[in-house]
Design a protein around this ligand. Structure first.
Ligand SMILES: Nc1ncnc2c1ncn2[C@@H]1O[C@H](COP(=O)(O)OP(=O)(O)O)[C@@H](O)[C@H]1O
Ligand SMILES: [Mg+2]
Length: 276
């Protein structure tokens, strides 16, 4: 269970990065979805005890993130957005370092490293210096660490940002098999739709919507999106939402699309999710 109560973060320069965030979730994959600057990294850092909140409370599996920080740290693994492998060290060496630092014996670390490197598809490249690997493979080293940790809760901050579509789907399939609870951040709508049990839509430090995908999309269930006409302007694109039964009137003249989380985001914020 992850819970926050009026969680607020104001940085020293006055930036309000999180503004009274309250939610609780007990789902396997909780996704924080929002544009750049929404507050996703700030929230992830606070929940994983790397940053203190300005006000408010948060609990991970019942432990208070400030008062019980050491207990929280024992049950979580957090992979930061900016994580980069050490260029000279191989994937295998990264995993051994990670697992022995977590308290495993060397022989245990070797066994787990072999298993997870096979599982994430890094086995063939396990001994190469990391700076010879593709971006997707570099990122997989950290996904392998998350997998190897076997932590109760794993935080992954934008695990697929900047990767090619193939690497992204590979990482998705690894995350789907993970036994840990996952708190994921992303600005990719398809990623949230693919992986999440629960989604929190964050915008400018505030929660604008939360729930399962189905519950989030419920209010638009009888609509379709029509592009090229309408009062809603997203960038240079005009959009309207019309009843499904009227969709045929627009077909041929305009682009008609099914509703996605992006549409919910547009309705709440007037902005597009992915055009940063
Ligand atoms: N150390 C910092 N000092 C001041 N402002 C910050 C700092 N870190 C982040 N911010 C600001 O806080 C807001 C939220 O940032 P962040 O949590 O990184 O969002 P996201 O991860 O969703 O892109 C942004 O306006 C960002 O510029
Ligand atoms: Mg971020």
């Amino acid at each position: 269970m992850i819970e926050t109560i009026n969680l607020t973060k104001i940085y020293k320069d006055g930036t309000v990065a999180l503004d009274n965030i309250s939610f609780s979730s007990n789902s396997r994959v909780l996704t924080l979805l929002g544009r750049n600057g929404a507050g996703k990294t700030t929230l992830t850092r606070i929940l994983s005890t790397q940053l203190l909140p300005t006000r408010g409370e948060a609990y991970i599996e019942g432990y208070h993130i400030v008062k019980d920080a050491n207990k929280v740290r024992k049950i979580i693994t957090s992979i930061p957005q900016e994580a980069q492998p050490v260029g000279m060290a191989s994937p295998y060496e990264h995993l051994i370092m990670f697992l022995t630092a977590k308290g495993n014996s060397l022989s245990e670390a070797e066994r787990i490293s072999r298993d997870v490197l096979k599982e994430v598809g890094l086995w063939e490249s396990k001994d190469k210096p990391s700076d010879e690997l593709s971006g997707g493979m570099k990122r997989k080293i950290f996904v392998a660490m998350a997998l190897a940790s076997n932590s109760e809760v794993v935080f992954l901050d934008e695990p697929t940002t900047g990767l090619d579509p193939y690497s992204r789907t590979e990482i998705w399939s690894i995350l789907k098999t993970m036994k840990s609870k996952i708190v994921l951040t992303t600005h990719y709508m398809e990623e949230a739709e693919e992986l999440s049990d629960d989604i929190i839509l964050l915008h400018k430090g505030k929660i604008i919507a939360k729930g399962t995908i189905d519950s989030l999309l419920y209010k638009l269930k009888d609509k379709v999106r029509v592009e090229g006409v309408g009062d809603i302007k997203v960038g240079r694109l005009r959009i309207s939402y019309v009843d499904k039964e009227d969709a045929s009137k627009y077909l041929g003249k305009y682009v008609v699309k099914p509703i996605t989380l992006e549409d919910l985001f547009i309705l709440y914020t007037g902005e597009s999710l992915e055009e940063n």
